[in-house]
Ligand binder design. Structure first.
Ligand code: ADP
Ligand code: MG
Length: 234
């Protein structure tokens, strides 16, 4: 499937049209941004690793009954996906207190939660992705109540599939951000699932193995992405 016109260039990927109106090509870049693009850099071969890691997760999820946009990986940096109408809501699921949850509620990073917490954020770069709730999503017509319920269900199912898979490989799934969209009336998981969009901590050392190494200048960023790819068999 050959790429046609560039439809969108985001912070981590480019989206290209294809001859099939139902299919897009995702091109994974090495560009890294944090704090809503106030910090910019490059993580060598990040695009290759995120493409491969996302493929592993999408295949696992499809087999577990989570509909995803994944069709197939075409090469190192290209993934063929279903073209979705993206719901402008970032769904976050958390298993361990970290990041903005720790900050917002004044909690210590690292405490496991007794059950997962699901959060909604409005996907808007100019507004810095503000946190919202189901009422905003429904009343402002970002999604219907049925779509919200389905996104919550699929977010929790995704977490329930990936958490034990990663635990077996010595990785704690601390939290992750998911994006959903509509495909012929169905809610489908889109975008990417990788160390850019998840927090992964090494189970024994607690060491961070994700984009926090870049955000917080912890060094060994490339090594962490490579190690995640190795452990998940990407
Ligand atoms: P951003 O800077 O907005 O995060 P990315 O660099 O991650 O952008 O590029 C991916 C963009 O494509 C995102 O805006 C995401 O919402 C959108 N997207 C992801 N998967 C699909 C899909 N299957 N169909 C249409 N749009 C998608
Ligand atoms: Mg993105």
């Amino acid at each position: 499937m050959e790429a046609r016109e560039l439809l969108y260039e985001g912070k981590a990927k480019k989206l290209f049209a294809t001859a099939d109106p139902d299919r897009l090509l995702q091109f994974f870049k090495d560009d890294a941004t944090a704090f809503n693009a106030k910090k910019r850099g490059t993580i060598v071969d990040k695009g290759i690793l995120n493409n491969a890691i996302s493929e592993v997760f999408f295949r696992l999820l499809e087999n577990a009954g989570v509909p995803t946009h994944f069709v197939r990986r075409l090469d190192d940096r290209h993934m063929l996906v279903k073209r979705l109408e993206i719901v402008p809501v970032e769904m976050v699921v958390r298993n361990v207190i970290a990041g903005s949850l720790a900050k917002r509620l004044g909690l210590e990073e690292g405490r496991p939660l007794p059950e997962p917490i699901v959060e909604f954020f409005y996907k808007s770069d100019p507004l810095d992705d503000p946190m919202i709730n189901e009422w905003h999503v429904r009343v402002l017509k970002m999604a219907t109540q049925a779509e919200i319920d389905r996104m919550v269900e699929l977010t929790l199912r995704t977490n329930a599939v990936l958490q034990p898979f990663l635990a077996e490989r010595g990785i704690v799934l601390v939290d992750m951000k998911l994006e959903f969209g509509r495909f012929h009336g169905e809610i489908v998981l889109g975008d990417e699932i990788c160390p850019d969009t998840c927090r992964f901590w090494d189970s024994s050392s607690g060491e961070k193995m994700d984009k926090d190494r870049f955000r917080r200048d912890l060094g060994k960023v490339e090594e962490a992405y490579q190690e995640i790819a190795r452990r998940v068999g990407a």
